[in-house]
Design a protein around this ligand. Sequence first.
Ligand SMILES: *Cc1c(COP(=O)(O)O)cnc(C)c1O
Length: 371
Amino acid sequence: MVDLVSQYEKIKPAVLPLIEDIMSKAQFINGPEVSAFKNELQDYLGVKHVIPCANGTDALQISLMSLGLKPGDEVITPSFTYIATTEVIALLGLKPIFVEVDPKTFCIDPKALANALTSKTKAIVPVHLYGQSADMESIMNFAKANNLFVVEDNAQAIGSEYIFRSGKKQKTGTIGDIGCTSFFPSKNLGCFGDGGAICTNNDELAEKLKMIANHGQSKKYHHDVVGCNSRLDNLQAGVLRIKLRKLDDYIAARRRAAVAYDNAFQGNPNIDIPYRASNSTHAFHQYTLKLNGVSRDGLNKHLTDKGIPSMIYYPIPAHKQKMFAHFDLECDLPVTDELTHQVISLPMHTELEEDQLNFITEEVKAYINLD
Ligand SMILES: *Cc1c(COP(=O)(O)O)cnc(C)c1O
């Protein structure tokens, strides 16, 4: 699905001296690379504060911890997402309220928000799934009207831009009160282990987020709130600085691969190619097809037989996971349920060559015409 080895080969001349330098100085935690990366990511995103942390799941957890919510408060989120988005809500004693996604963008359907609203609703966690922004303008308008926080799960879309009706563009993850991202190796900006970051334009929240990520510490040995230990390693930050400079090129390479896939599948009645929302650019963390009247298992098996990986993101929606059974949620999410049976993701990364893309598209088409 990804080719991190070939990508590494190209940045190796920059990475190896960096590792050597960090090792020889034994600057492993809170080193200079972390603060430099923090500043460079702030500039890239156009956001006031970046708080690096240990991974994307921690970023979401720390964000929700900073909002002063009470046990039982409700957080609206899609069910069609990676489990981390929804798990942290329950972990903190909050109640996830799963809402439907848009059948074209696979992101939260803003029309579903009103029905999910109760007197206990405190926040919305939209997910920019597969690399394309949720409809942030509608979500922010709804949130403002109902006094809700918005925490964006930007783990899959770093580098994407949301386009407001006014024409104004803003990077995903910087529009809500807080944005969260992950530097898991396979993400669009991935490090060589775990990493994550939180961003916000709100000074007060930034202070809280920093404190919570560092044992609730306001000054050395003064712990004002219960926090956690969530740090980005100096080494990972150094790697991320090298890769951040290339992020736009990496995204461009993903977009080129997506266009090649699109051209091969366009007009095929059995395949819906990824929808391009007019209000967002697409960072193509995943290239995901929606199949109509084709056996997904059959296609998956055919591709596996030809040595082509394919993945289902995600086969079981959050509202059907056992971990949430005790909430006794009444969920009627037909679009989500249907998508979990229809979607299939093809290899998507920065190193896809034309012959690889041709091979993959020919084999997909060979199966679909057979099926
Ligand atoms: C990867 C991912 C996360 C979690 O990130 P980690 O760094 O693995 O903890 C959260 N949400 C979404 C949508 C993701 O894709």
